[in-house]
Every structure is written in structure tokens, then in C-alpha cells.
Write a protein that binds this ligand. Structure first.
Ligand SMILES: *Cc1c(COP(=O)(O)O)cnc(C)c1O
Length: 243
């Protein structure tokens, strides 16, 4: 984020958060959808503690992280902010599944049977079921994460059989597209699959799509949860992170 001399970083975050909320509302009305039908996940990966504190003070409660160690460290530091709901949205590695199962409220990136089984087995008995989305690869060869839509029925069945996971919906990270129309076209098969799936189970209510660069198309395509980092917290600087 370019530091505006008249505003502290915390003030900038609050201001940007307000702008993003307004932007989401205007896309919702453009798409003729219900007010508050899209929730906002603030993606705080690589961002400092003060960024999360500022957003929390401005009423934000759902935060998304991609790196397990960073997420766990932030949770420790911020444990007094007891209303935070932590969402894990990054690639899942088997050797990190226990930490995720022990600390997160949601995981958006479940895309392998082995990981799903481990998360369920490792979820502590005194915590509510882990809320999960299945990550779908809607950009073909370009992405290594996510299942193919043809594998969805089997993955849904598996997750529903696991006692400590609660299936909530689908998530995708599409490859960048040139236009609003192309973005919507890429989302179309996912939106159709989600609508079918949500009819079968009232707990399946989450289509996790939309990032800073494609909020309008994602909301027009039925997103119920957008995951926004840059537009709230500014550009990320990966040269400083070690993971
Ligand atoms: C980083 C990230 C985001 C946020 O992206 P922005 O373009 O900064 O809004 C959303 N979803 C996932 C899975 C991410 O890794």
C-alpha cells in the first residue's frame, strides 16, 4: 500500500475495508441479489498484526490465511480478539494438517481424499466440526490445486462420511481472464455445480469465489463469500516472507 502521509496504516485499512464493503453491495444490487448475500473474508496473509487489528476494530470478523505457521503465530498474538473466525485458504500439505485441524474454523482448499481424512481424524473432539469447502480446478492445466468437476460427487460423498468435517460448499481460484464476460464464463460450470449441490443439503451454502480483481464477475456468478486481500490491505511484499 502506498503510504498516504495523512493517514496511518490502520486508518488506511479501515478506509479500504469500507470501500470494499460498498463495492460488494453495489455488485450485489447490480446482480439483483439479496442484500447481505455475500460475506467478506479478509485475506491477511503476509500482512502485519496491526492490519488485522485495524480491520477487526472496523467490524471485520472473518480472516483468511494461506501459510500454517504464519496463521498459528497470528492466532497466538491475537487470541484476545475472541470473535475472529479463522479460515485456511492455502494449499494443504499432509504434514501441516494437524495444526490446521486444531486451530481453524474453516478450510476452503480441501482437494484430496487423504487430506480430508486426516483433517477429520485430527479435529479435536471438543471443537465444532471443521467447516470445509472443496476446491475445484476450473482453469484446466494452469492450476495444480483443486479437483476436476467430474470428481465432485465422489469427494462430496467422502466428506459427508467423515464425522468431524461439515461440508459447506465449493471454492475456486480461476486463472486471470481478460474481461468480465470471460470471468463469468469460466465460473459458469462451477456455479451450476454449486446450485445442484446446494439443493441436496441445506448446510451447503457457500460458493467461495471472488478476489480483489474479479469481485463483480464472482458476485454476478453467485459467490456467497469473496476472499479479498489486496483491495483491503494493499499489495503483498513476498520478499519479506520466509515460507
Ligand atoms: C491471496 C489469496 C486471495 C486474495 O487475493 P487478492 O487478489 O489479494 O484479493 C484470495 N484467495 C486465495 C486462495 C488467496 O491465496
Amino acid at each position: 500500500m502506498t503510504h498516504d502521509t495523512n493517514r496511518t496504516y490502520a486508518e488506511q485499512v479501515k478506509h479500504k475495508l469500507q470501500q470494499v464493503r460498498q463495492e460488494i453491495q453495489s455488485h450485489i444490487s447490480d446482480a439483483q441479489r439479496k442484500t447481505n448475500s455475500v460475506s467478506l473474508l479478509a485475506v491477511s496473509k503476509t500482512k502485519p498484526i496491526e492490519a488485522i487489528q485495524a480491520a477487526y476494530q472496523a467490524g471485520q470478523r472473518k480472516f483468511g490465511e494461506n501459510y500454517v505457521q504464519e496463521a498459528v503465530d497470528k492466532q497466538q498474538t491475537l487470541r484476545e480478539l475472541s470473535e475472529i473466525e479463522w479460515h485456511f485458504i492455502g494449499p494443504l500439505q499432509s504434514n501441516k494438517s494437524r495444526q490446521i485441524a486444531q486451530t481453524m474454523a474453516w478450510v476452503h482448499s480441501v482437494d484430496r481424499e487423504k487430506i480430508a481424512r486426516r483433517l477429520s481424524e485430527q479435529r479435536p473432539a471438543d471443537m465444532p466440526p471443521l467447516q470445509v469447502c472443496i476446491q475445484v480446478n476450473i482453469s484446466g492445466e494452469e492450476s495444480k490445486s483443486g479437483i476436476d468437476l467430474s470428481q465432485l460427487p465422489a469427494m462430496v460423498q467422502l466428506i459427508k462420511s467423515l464425522p468431524n468435517l461439515q461440508l459447506r460448499g465449493l471454492m475456486a481460484i480461476p486463472a486471470p481472464q481478460q474481461s468480465f464476460e470471460q470471468q463469468c464464463q469460466v465460473y459458469k460450470p462451477l456455479q451450476t455445480a454449486f446450485l445442484e449441490l446446494s439443493k441436496t443439503d441445506s448446510m451447503i451454502d457457500t460458493l467461495s469465489i471472488g478476489m480483489s480483481g474479479d469481485l463483480a464477475a464472482a458476485i454476478a456468478s453467485g459467490s456467497t463469500m469473496v476472499r479479498v486481500g489486496t483491495a483491503i490491505f494493499g499489495a503483498r511484499d513476498y520478499t519479506k516472507t520466509s515460507e
